[in-house]
Design a protein around this ligand. Structure first.
Ligand code: NAD
Ligand code: TDX
Length: 353
């Protein structure tokens, strides 16, 4: 397996995965297919594209013509599908694009895999497909057999895609795997998600908007650990299987925000409690026993070290961040292949613009 098609590789986890593969599998070739929505940033991939091991096509995974052309010309051995609308708050404001990209996009890629007999299709899913757990039951966690019970339009679209992967696997014999991971953090995360948003705001002494009472719990995993799990699954995981990926590393949002403030030497008076997210999931907790037992995977980054490294990364990558906050990255994206269709909205939620 040495020709990978990585979709959504200009986003947070996809770009980290491309760099992970370049470091660990230098003989492999990678083609990144990404439509460069507001969440994609071609600048993130510049060093990888210069290096020559990675090629880039700007295109939409729900556009059959583009997808089939890419498969016909590139003939990937494996497809890793990161491309998605990924922000819960946006899905509450406008669900439509989540259904198009996350469901139809996944179906389109799988149809192409069947036609071109791709050895492996891997779907990057999320622990949010299982719904949430109560705060007062720390003994409970999600296993791969926990029924799907999505809460937001985002998680419902991801759960739909997971069901389709299962159906394509059983009905058409598609060689597919699914990974359901907990909340990721690390370099290159778009500053609309909790950790990078809070870091960015704290650096410039802006108020940090914590939803509700800040008591919701997430299970945090460093993105590098997610990448090592995906690498193990696509190479050694069994076709037809789902693997949960998590850090057994639960913190409330308030604990996370306080930790970031401490790392930056900023006062807790910056915390501002704001209206809660509608339908806000209380707690996620993933049981990663299956991937540990079958594939020997374990996370390696301690949360305190990971947060410290992430805070420092954002402090040291002011240009990458300013390009986003100022909207300059949109021009770089527009120069990268084609102009976005009219339905692409370049609105930054929560970034003070
Ligand atoms: P992201 O929003 O940072 O990046 C998504 C990427 O997909 C962007 O580069 C965007 O341009 C691209 N994209 C969007 N629509 C597309 C389309 N129609 N065609 C082609 N490209 C398109 O997302 P992320 O946080 O890196 O998440 C990647 C995947 O991992 C998603 O499937 C998400 O559901 C899943 N996931 C994320 C987390 C997390 O904590 N961020 C946790 C578990 C699972
Ligand atoms: O400004 C904020 N204030 C706040 O209190 C934001 C943006 C978030 N929050 C809370 C909501 C959540 O309880 O922080 C928690 C984390 O929020 P997000 O970063 O938006 O992540 P979440 O909703 O948990 O979903 C993430 O993890 C699972 C990713 O965005 C998904 O793509 C992934 O599937």
């Amino acid at each position: 397996m040495n020709k990978l098609l990585v979709t959504g590789g200009a986003g947070f986890i996809g770009s980290n995965f491309i760099y992970y593969e370049l470091r660990h599998r230098p003989a492999d070739s990678i083609l990144c297919l990404d439509s460069l929505t507001y969440a994609g940033n071609i600048n993130t991939l510049k060093p990888a594209l210069k290096n020559g091991g990675v090629k880039f096509v700007r295109g939409d995974i729900s556009d059959r013509e583009t997808v089939f052309r890419v498969f016909k010309e590139y003939r990937p051995d494996a497809v890793v599908n990161f491309a998605a609308e990924s922000h819960v708050d946006r899905s509450i404001k406008d669900p439509g694009i989540f259904l198009k990209t996350n469901i139809i996009g996944t179906q389109t890629l799988m149809d192409a895999c069947l036609k071109y007999e791709t050895e492996r299709f891997h779907q990057i899913s999320t622990d949010e497909v299982y719904g949430d757990l109560p705060l007062n039951r720390p003994d409970l966690s999600f296993s791969e057999t926990t029924p799907l019970r999505a809460s937001s339009p985002y998680s419902a679209s991801k759960a739909s895609a997971d069901m389709l992967v299962g159906a394509y696997s059983r009905t058409f014999g598609l060689k597919a795997t699914v990974s359901r991971c907990s909340n990721n953090y690390g370099p290159y995360q778009f500053p609309e998600k909790l950790i990078p948003l809070m870091i960015c705001k704290a650096i410039v002494d802006e108020k940090l908007p914590v939803y509700g009472k800040g008591e919701n719990v997430r299970d945090w995993l460093h993105v590098e650990d997610h990448c090592s799990a995906i690498d193990a699954i696509i190479r050694r995981g069994r076709a037809g299987e789902v693997y949960n990926v998590g850090g057994r590393n639960e913190y409330s949002n308030l604990q996370v925000v306080r930790l970031i403030l401490r790392e930056l030497g900023k006062p807790e008076s910056l915390i501002s409690f704001v209206d809660d997210r509608p339908g806000h999931d209380l707690r996620y907790a993933v049981d990663p026993q299956k991937i540990t037992n079958e594939l020997g995977w374990n996370p390696t980054t301690k949360f305190i070290d990971g947060i410290r490294g992430t805070v420092n990364w954002y402090k040291e990558h002011g240009e990458w961040l300013q390009d986003i906050l100022s909207g300059r990255y949109v021009s770089a994206n527009e120069r990268a292949g084609y102009r976005p269709a009219g339905d692409v909205e370049y609105e930054l939620i929560g970034c003070g613009r």
